[in-house]
Design a protein around this ligand. Structure first.
Ligand code: NAD
Ligand code: TDX
Length: 340
């Protein structure tokens, strides 16, 4: 089995590469990644010498490069993680989100049509469903919840999902889509809530909480997401969408307080800053379908997962310190410099 994993130098993609190489020693895994600011070769250091692994630097929007790779490797499965993934960046500059997330998806699916494929899997997000109100804890996103997006990021992901389903219906492309809730774990880029708060707390810097910190996210340990995708590409039904989430809803402020406590840092570091524009209130996934059809259940409890994650950031300071000392400093200054 040969699998192309796009975006494999990023957070979830790299964890998926590790999971697959570990679990299937006879599979060939090819990572196709453009190495944007979010992609990092040092993340893949441990697998670069694995004979079953190949890294190719190219953009999923580059038709020629993608075509050449398909000719060379004749993949059985494509798992498309590659995307611009940060909501705040999409508010600053939507264009690259549309190019990568929508047009890149089209390029990958065109190559799948041309060369033939057993499965094209699109890694989507719960953000395509918009948000839920805080005062209706009985409501959850199911696969039937209408698409209703808030940010340029989520609109681009939803557009890609529509295109994926259109390629299935019109061209018979064997597709599946997964829509997961917020992930956390090793190699999470420090612009995102959990790693940003860990890095800032360790450096005794202010912890910038948007608005009142009451927004709720449904957190899932990244390994559980990877296992769900593994199940879907092997046993999921073609043409279907699967929601992935572990019923672990938490308010942002509570997450930040847990991080302070675990690191022994004072809550006085918490600084309330201007809210994100169009900020989604609450995400909450109903994972009944993937549980009933594929037997998936999350294995890592948040209390354990957050400890493991914090320990990983303590043990791997070089990885994130290199990131936050580079171009990221300009981003941080622009986003947080005068955000009151
Ligand atoms: P990330 O930003 O950490 O990584 C993205 C990777 O894609 C990077 O390695 C980057 O170099 C690569 N990339 C970007 N543009 C590319 C292009 N044009 N061609 C090739 N590679 C390109 O993202 P992540 O958090 O790992 O998210 C991966 C996927 O999972 C995304 O599709 C995202 O929408 C989805 N998702 C993420 C979460 C989450 O909580 N992080 C939750 C649900 C779904
Ligand atoms: O500095 C911050 N302060 C803050 O209060 C940051 C970066 C975030 N937040 C809040 C905004 C959100 O309510 O924390 C929450 C989580 O923010 P992010 O980590 O940016 O994640 P989110 O916007 O929820 O999107 C994530 O989950 C769904 C991923 O980045 C997406 O790629 C995925 O699709």
């Amino acid at each position: 089995m040969t699998i192309i994993v796009t975006g494999g130098a990023g957070f979830i993609g790299s964890n998926f590469v590790f999971h697959m190489l570990n679990k299937y020693p006879d599979y060939r895994i090819i990572c196709l990644d453009a190495l944007t600011y979010a992609g990092n070769m040092s993340t893949l250091k441990s697998v670069m010498d694995n004979p079953n692994f190949r890294f190719v630097k190219a953009s999923i929007t580059d038709r020629e490069a993608v075509d050449k790779l398909f000719e060379e490797e004749k993949p059985d499965i494509v798992v498309n993680f590659a995307a611009e993934s940060h909501v705040d960046r999409s508010i600053e500059n939507p264009s690259v989100f549309l190019e990568t997330n929508i047009l890149g998806t089209q390029v990958m699916m065109d190559a799948c049509r041309k060369h033939g494929i057993k499965r094209y899997h699109q890694v989507s997000t719960d953000e395509v469903y918009g948000d839920l109100p805080l005062d209706r804890p009985d409501l959850f996103f199911t696969e039937e919840t209408p698409i209703h997006t808030s940010s340029p990021y989520s609109a681009s992901k939803a557009s890609a999902d529509l295109l994926v389903m259109a390629y299935h219906r019109t061209f018979g492309l064997p597709v599946t889509i997964s829509r997961c809730s917020n992930n956390y774990g090793p190699y999470h880029f420090p612009e995102k809530l959990i790693p940003l708060m860990i890095a800032n707390a360790l450096n005794d810097k202010p912890l910038p909480v948007y608005g009142k910190g009451e927004n709720v996210r449904d957190w899932l340990y990244v390994e559980d997401h990877c296992k769900a995708i593994d199940l879907i590409i092997h046993n999921g039904r073609v043409g279907e969408v699967y929601n992935i989430g572990g019923h672990n809803e938490m308010a942002n402020i509570d997450i930040v307080k847990i991080i302070c406590k675990e690191l022994g840092k004072p809550e006085s570091l918490i600084t309330y800053v201007a809210d994100r524009k169009g900020h989604d209130m609450r995400y909450a996934i109903d994972p009944t379908k993937i549980h009933n059809e594929l037997g998936w259940l999350p294995e890592t409890k948040f209390a354990d997962g957050i400890k493991k994650t914090i320990q990983w950031y303590l043990d791997n300071k070089d990885w994130w310190e290199e990131i936050i000392s580079g171009e990221y400093r300009n981003y941080y200054e622009k986003m947080y410099g005068d955000r009151h």
